[in-house]
Design a protein around this ligand. Structure first.
Ligand code: MV4
Length: 457
């Protein structure tokens, strides 16, 4: 087992990794930017190294600085958390060259999944249902027009280097294809440095469901069930839950088995998430695979009892998965609210000093946060300040626990999304589990009590 792990991240996820390390008896190294000197992840790590100025490019994305910090402190592994360098095949390769273990899949798998068109082909080959689409990138108008004719409109143009919804264009009529192709290519080039795009049949109003997997270096792969992630705005998830009310036990077993086979086919190791769209007739289609720990992993931990971060560390150290698929059970229901420091109506960030921070507790409540009274929410980084996760015997109990927890939470100094979360939790469609990826658009436009809201969609 590792003796010392460097955490190449900040905020709540850096603390989450420190929790796992402490339970495993592993020493920790925090890296931090000049903006995070007084952060809890620095205070609770055994050692810390300043890696640069506040801007992410100069600090949390600075590979040489992070590798130097690992070498100076003698860390034998790096946990990248989520965001920042978590899906950098380059960091994984540099780690290998420097004999530092990267806690994540191999660089080759990260690179495969990072190319959404290649990932699609690999999944199709492994027997995973994918949407009808182009076999690879499309370049010229004529080629795109031919593929589009075969698929039938509407179609969606996606960046091969994309993910998270950037560089996408929906096309509803042949006349709009050429423009959409050019715009998507230009956007993709600007955002990712790679202009390639591919085409897919567009699915109207699907649910977004993802499956958590773990694979060790001895060929064992298990799935930990699904998460329902349809409640998002502009590709930022606001609330996630496990399990999804849209799946029967039989569907869960089938989807899980499909994902396990696919993960095996690409020799997937460590933790990963396979994203799917579930269409209105109940068909699943693979979207993309995320080769990192995800923000919403706690809902899976709550219903399975598996500590995903500890498993990641054990797997990276070469240990075997300590349980088999048959040992995985799903108990009750879990919901996560991502509490952001932002205006609940306009969604503009609300950085500042948190003067009061008190989260409701009691049965079935978990809080993952870096916040405390006097904590700073920096304008340099994302606005997530806390994840509140509730568990209940069933969905209704999990919802009731979330509502009373949010009602008994006091955060002063910054605005938070809590009022918005409370409104979602009392929405009849949400309560009935009638969700799809357009839930928030509909929710925000129908709140006609304030005319400014329509602009925030
Ligand atoms: C789609 C789609 C409909 N049809 N692909 C958005 C993020 C990226 N992971 C893929 N995304 C989508 N791909 C086809 N063929 C709809 C979306 C989509 C979406 C997906 C998941 C969660 C929220 C979403 C919001 C809008 C669009």
């Amino acid at each position: 087992m590792f003796k010392k792990i460097l955490i190449a991240n900040r905020g709540e996820i850096a603390l989450r990794v420190i929790c796992a390390c402490r339970e495993l008896g592993i020493k920790t190294v925090a890296v931090y930017s000049e903006a995070d000197e007084h952060s809890l992840h620095v205070r609770f790590a055994d050692e810390d190294v300043c890696i640069g100025p506040p801007r992410s490019l100069d600090s949390y994305l600075n590979v040489p600085a992070i590798i130097s910090a690992a070498e100076i402190t003698g860390a034998d592994a790096i946990h990248p958390g989520y965001g920042f360098l978590s899906e950098s095949a380059y960091l994984a390769e540099v780690c290998e060259a420097c004999h530092i273990r990267f806690i994540g899949p191999d660089a080759t798998v990260i690179r495969l999944m990072g190319d959404k068109s290649r990932a699609r082909r690999a999944m199709k080959k492994a027997g995973v249902p994918v949407l009808p689409g182009s076999d690879g990138p499309v370049e010229a108008d004529e080629q795109a027009a031919k593929v589009a004719r075969e698929l039938g409109f509407p179609i969606i143009v996606k960046a091969v280097a994309g993910g998270g919804g950037r560089g996408m264009r929906i096309v509803r009529a042949p006349a709009d294809l050429s423009r959409a192709l050019k715009t998507a290519q230009r956007e993709a080039q600007a955002a990712f440095g790679v202009g390639d795009v591919y085409l897919e049949k567009y699915v109207e109003s699907p649910r977004h469901i993802e499956v958590q997997v773990l694979g060790d270096h001895h060929g064992a792969v298990v799935h930990l069930g699904e998460r329902e992630c349809s409640i998002q705005r502009r590709h930022q998830k606001l609330l996630e839950e496990a399990p999804s009310v849209a799946l029967t036990d039989k569907m869960r077993r089938r989807l899980g088995a499909t994902v396990v086979d696919a993960a095996r086919a690409v020799q997937y190791t460590n933790a990963g998430t396979f994203e799917f769209l579930l269409d209105q007739s109940g068909h699943f289609s693979f979207l993309e695979a995320n080769t990192r720990l995800q923000v919403e992993h706690p809902v899976t931990e709550m219903v399975t009892g598996v500590d995903i971060v500890k498993e990641q560390i054990r797997i990276a150290a070469g240990e075997r998965l300590s349980f088999k698929q048959g040992d995985v059970t799903f108990t009750g229901h879990a919901i996560e609210c991502r509490i952001n420091a932002e205006c609940p109506e306009t969604f503009t960030p609300s950085p500042g000093v948190i003067h009061v921070f008190s989260v409701g507790g009691g049965p079935g409540v978990r809080v993952d946060t870096f916040a405390h009274s006097e904590a700073v929410v920096s304008p340099y980084y994302d606005s997530l300040i806390a994840k509140i996760i509730t568990h209940g015997r069933d969905r209704q109990e999990a919802i009731a626990r979330m509502r009373r927890t949010l009602e008994m939470t006091v955060i002063e100094g910054v605005k938070t999304s809590i009022p918005l979360h409370l409104k979602i939790l009392s929405d009849p469609d949400f309560i009935a589990g009638r969700l799809n990826t357009h839930f928030m658009e509909r929710f925000l436009t129908e709140r006609k009590d304030s005319s400014s809201l329509a602009e925030a969609v």
